[in-house]
Design a protein around this ligand. Structure first.
Ligand SMILES: Cc1cc2nc3c(=O)[nH]c(=O)nc-3n(C[C@H](O)[C@H](O)[C@H](O)COP(=O)(O)O)c2cc1C
Length: 424
């Protein structure tokens, strides 16, 4: 796919910004990632911002992610014709406009009331795959419906209920997801300092559990538990407030829900089933046997795990430390990538996320052997600032930045980027 326009996406985006300003057009989001985060913070509640921006412990892993990208330097080549550029990449038989996917991010209602739905529309508008989060605020079916034939994947948290795992995968297939991403780094919740200080966990308020409350297997679990005795004693004001919030978040009419035990039971059930710390390699065949879709493991950082994943028939990896939200002092993803790539020997594609903040980061990841990267927090900030339009503009900025970086480094296509394009 050569550029449809002579300008290419990078120059087109520059023209939209610079020429657009002459015509009085206003940008929806700041381009600078730090200003983008600041603008999002101004739009969000303290709890919402802490949940999205925060990391584990002293947040050293978040800093390490950036430092590792910083330590990889691009070495451009000159006097090569880069007037026509092709930033597209191939992934599982799909040609993507650039090496980008939208990372699965839960509880997007903390950023914007339209949450996942706005992101789905933006992703579809730009042709960039969206990975539906298992902790979404909007059921996957509603998002899929808004996306036409645009690519989408599903991210799975392996529940303690295998029936629920199967049900989620069946639903994902039915709504056109093209891959399943199993996230392995969140079998326990990390020590998230900012959230702990605010004593705020969105799931307890019924937020971010829409894939569960819309699931027939989960609803059965809730109904089975509805007869269990409720807590006794007079509720406090704070408890009442929390009850109202979670009742609002539950599907159906508020007045019906407030009299029903289901919203409270759903939260309790969710906490029981949401993840399985006992998960091992032996569990993977269960999933493999239940889907023909490519299965990727997210959160793989050790080369031995990467090799084993390829040996066990997994179809791809996401080198990720969950944006530094799980382990403080963890290896940065750009530092872990080369050994993982080396271990899988090109048998399966390797994706990367955590700390990707611009087109140059994507370029570096590709040079180190990744096929594509996942955009995380930046699109969530775009969502917070300007809804669907904000997410679209963040995606466009990434695509443009990547296209220009690639051309300036002397490469006419993403395929030309190689290990010799960078030094570490
Ligand atoms: C608020 C928030 C919620 C997230 N929820 C999920 C999730 O539900 N499932 C998942 O696999 N990863 C989740 N992640 C991790 C992202 O998929 C991705 O790995 C991470 O955001 C990358 O780091 P970055 O945003 O700093 O680039 C979440 C990240 C954030 C910031």
């Amino acid at each position: 796919m050569r550029d449809p326009t002579a300008l290419g996406v990078g120059r087109q985006r520059q023209a939209d910004v610079y020429v657009g300003a002459l015509r009085g057009a206003r940008r929806s989001v700041p381009v600078d990632p730090v200003k983008l985060e600041d603008a999002a913070q101004r739009k969000m509640s303290a709890e919402g911002f802490a949940y999205i921006a925060g990391g584990a412990g002293l947040e050293e892993t978040m800093r390490a992610n950036r430092a590792a990208f910083d330590a990889v330097r691009i070495v451009p080549r000159v006097l090569r014709d880069v007037s026509r550029r092709d930033p597209s990449v191939d992934l599982f038989g799909r040609r993507l406009p650039g090496p980008f996917l939208l990372a699965p991010v839960g509880v997007l209602e903390m950023a914007h009331p339209q949450a996942d739905l706005a992101v789905a529309k933006a992703a579809a508008g730009e042709g960039v795959p969206m990975i539906f989060s298992n902790q979404a605020s909007v059921p996957m079916e509603r998002c899929a419906e808004a996306m036409g034939s645009s690519p989408r994947w599903f991210q799975l948290y392996w529940s303690t209920s295998n029936d629920l795992v199967e049900s989620l995968v069946v639903r994902a297939e039915a709504c056109g997801c093209e891959a399943i991403v199993v996230t392995l780094d969140t079998t326990l919740l990390g020590w998230r300092t900012r959230d702990l200080d605010l004593a705020y966990l969105p799931f307890l308020r019924g937020k971010g559990i829409a894939q569960y409350t819309s699931d027939p297997v989960f609803r059965r679990l809730v109904e089975d538990a509805a007869g269990e005795p409720a807590e006794r004693g007079l509720p406090t004001l704070a408890a009442l407030r929390a009850l109202v919030q979670l009742t609002r978040a539950y599907p159906g009419r508020f007045l019906t829900n407030i009299r029903s035990p289901h919203p409270r039971t759903a939260v309790r059930r969710f906490l029981e089933v949401y993840s399985r710390p006992s998960l091992t390699w032996d569990d993977l065949p269960f999933l493999r046997e239940r889907t023909t879709l490519p299965v990727l493991l997210k959160g793989v950082l050790h080369p031995d795990d990467a090799r084993r994943a390829a040996d066990e028939g997994m179809d791809g990896l996401v080198v990720s430390n969950h944006g530094g939200r799980q382990i403080d002092g963890e290896i940065a993803t750009a530092a872990a990538l080369p050994a993982v790539v080396e271990a899988v020997q090109g048998r399966i594609p390797v994706l990367l996320d955590s700390g990707v903040r611009g087109g140059a980061d994507a370029f570096k990841a590709l040079a180190l052997g990744a096929t594509a990267v996942l955009i995380g927090r930046p699109y969530v900030y775009g969502l917070a600032v300007a809804g669907e339009r904000g997410v679209r503009d963040v995606i466009r900025n990434f695509l443009a930045d990547f296209d220009l970086t690639m051309g300036l480094a002397g490469h006419a296509s993403a395929e030309e980027i190689s290990r010799s394009s960078v030094v570490t």
